[in-house]
Design a binder for this molecule. Structure first.
Ligand code: DHE
Length: 517
């Protein structure tokens, strides 16, 4: 554990590496100019060792810069890898190599980076502990350093330059804007009192931030390529689900200490990636699905339960591996689907068995599902990543009761108990600049917003009272647009760098019925 490493030291190391990188670039450029040395035919491995390894790690597993492995690279939206190498990445320390490496060499290097590693890397408890960096400048405070409603604070993840903005949910003033690890993905998780938040990057870094003092507390690398995080009901434990290595890392939320690194080994002894992990509050457990084996796992997080040891594992065998899933309101049932599948299965978590199956073609994105009451029944909605439609499912009969046609495939849905509408983006295709607002009872599209013609618009979060809907204009020179959730008129626009997800403290800690998990 390198708790004593000061943040200033940490940042200055980063800076030195940057300067070293630029220095090397300048030397290489001088060599090319003076000697006419042609690097075009150097093999990618040598080029990587020479120009990239210092920042991205000798094994491509990341260092000051992100991991350069297919698991990370193929999930990166935005410019192509070769373009990033040639032109650099704005707002990061990635320099441009266009004057040092010719386009052919860069193409070869980019192609080589997409080849899987020829070894299975380890990332064990000791390595995770060694990665911990605590902020020595952090001092806990007794009360928030601001006067806003602590329950209406909303975080906006800005993926354009890897920052999070902390918003006052009443005035929409930005209270702080802090840097995050590279490529944050998935929902940050708040402590049950809403004071602390944990944020995860695709490279497995988990950052702990104190909202009261507006300061980072520390970070650690819990995996090499991670999916998402979940916090236990009592707020004591944070589970990090990983693709690489195939583990679930459980850390103490208090001091970031590593409590368990659970190898994900299925009943047939094969290893598996974790599709995702969520807290099931009513069950006081973590629920995770295995991506490469037909099993759902439940891990007990009830420290007071004498009948079941803390972190005891329960396996539920299912008919096929589950890639993406959602829960009913009481967390009694899980509905899941394989990413390439055309059907969903329903697993009763109490009985530990599959109880239903329903056709669900067009790649349902169940993780974005939301549910609400309609005519005395609980229904859920899910978008589809491959078709312009939303499916509405009755969560008692597990039958699809309606299909709503949209202007294109969407990614996220959001609603709130105090609004009659749910909001659905059109993330893919020519109509990616549209956002549908849909009546929860009639399933009619009541309005289709087009905040900035041509610009991707996506993901919605509500304020605590449900009166305002916050929408991302998902572009590098994007914006956060605040709408009146009743009149559907724009109220405010804040410029932001590719804002993605937004997370309201109250809606998340109370599991508001319109949010994802
Ligand atoms: Fe996500 C949440 C999986 C691609 C942005 N995404 C999640 C969660 C999972 C998931 C399991 C729930 C985590 C949580 O909140 O605890 N995402 C996947 C995929 O399997 C998929 C399709 C392919 C992959 O790249 O892994 C995928 N996701 C994307 C993107 O391309 C997005 C649009 C841009 C990005 O940042 O990578 C994206 N995912 C998000 C966001 C959330 C998310 C903003 C949180 C939504 C929320 O409201 O909670």
């Amino acid at each position: 554990m390198i708790q004593n490493t000061s943040f200033v030291e940490f940042l200055s190391t980063k800076l030195k590496l940057l300067v070293a990188g630029i220095g090397r670039t300048a030397i290489a450029l001088a060599l090319v100019l003076l000697t006419g040395l042609d690097l075009a035919h150097a093999d990618p491995k040598t080029v990587y060792a020479e120009h990239c390894a210092d920042c991205h790690g000798v094994n491509r597993l990341g260092g000051e810069g992100p991991a350069l492995i297919p698991q990370t690279l193929k999930r990166m939206r935005g410019p192509k890898v070769a373009n990033v190498i040639l032109e650099g990445r704005t707002s990061t320390q990635m320099p441009a190599f266009a004057e040092v490496l010719d386009a052919g060499t860069v193409e070869e290097l980019a192609a080589w980076l997409k080849i899987p590693l020829d070894f299975i890397p380890t990332w064990d408890r000791n390595q995770i502990e060694d990665s911990i960096v605590m902020n020595p400048d952090y001092k806990p405070v007794d009360a928030p350093v601001w006067t806003s409603d602590p329950m209406n604070i909303t975080l906006v993840v800005e993926t354009g330059d890897h920052h999070v903005s902390v918003l006052d949910g009443d005035t929409f003033d930005v209270l702080d804007r802090f840097d995050t690890p590279f490529a944050v993905h998935g929902g940050p998780k708040f402590s049950p009192d809403g004071r602390y938040v944990f944020i995860m990057s695709r490279d497995g870094w988990v950052q702990k931030y104190d909202i009261w003092s507006l300061k980072e507390i520390g970070r650690l690398r819990a995996g090499l390529n991670s999916r998402n995080i979940a916090m236990s009901r009592d707020g004591k434990w944070l589970a990090v689900s990983n693709y690489l290595p195939m583990t679930l890392t459980i850390i103490s939320t208090d001091d970031l200490g590593v409590v368990r690194v659970v190898p994900i080994v299925a009943k047939d002894r094969s290893s598996s990636r974790v599709s995702a992990v969520y807290q099931a509050p009513q069950r006081n457990s973590f629920i995770l699905a295995l991506k490469d084996a037909p099993e759902v796992w439940e891990i007990n997080t009830d420290g007071e339960n004498a009948a079941a040891e803390l972190f005891a594992l329960r396996r539920i065998e299912v008919s096929e591996p589950i890639d993406d899933f959602f829960f009913d309101d009481a967390y009694r049932n899980l509905i899941g689907a394989a990413r390439d599948g055309v059907r969903a299965i329903v697993v009763n978590l109490s009985e530990g068995k599959e109880i239903a199956e329903l056709p669900l073609d067009g790649l349902p994105h169940l993780g974005s599902g939301i549910s609400w009451e309609r005519n005395g029944r609980r229904v859920m909605a899910t978008p589809h990543l491959k078709e312009g439609k939303l499916s509405i499912i009755d969560t008692e009969t597990w039958e699809r009761i309606s299909i709503i046609k949209t202007k294109g495939p969407g990614f996220f849905l959001r609603s709130h108990e105090n609004t009659p509408y749910f909001w659905s983006d059109v993330f893919f295709g020519p109509h990616k600049d549209l956002m549908h607002v849909i009546d929860k009872q009639s399933f009619e599209i009541v309005k289709t917003l087009q905040p900035v013609p041509g610009a991707t618009v996506a993901h919605v979060e509500f304020t605590r009272d449900g009166k305002h809907a916050l929408v991302s204009v998902w572009e590098d020179d994007g914006a956060l647009i605040v709408y009146d959730a009743e009149t559907l008129e724009e109220v405010k626009r804040l410029p932001m760098r590719k804002p993605s997800g937004k997370y309201n403290v109250w809606n998340k800690i109370t599991f508001s019925e319109g949010t994802s998990h």
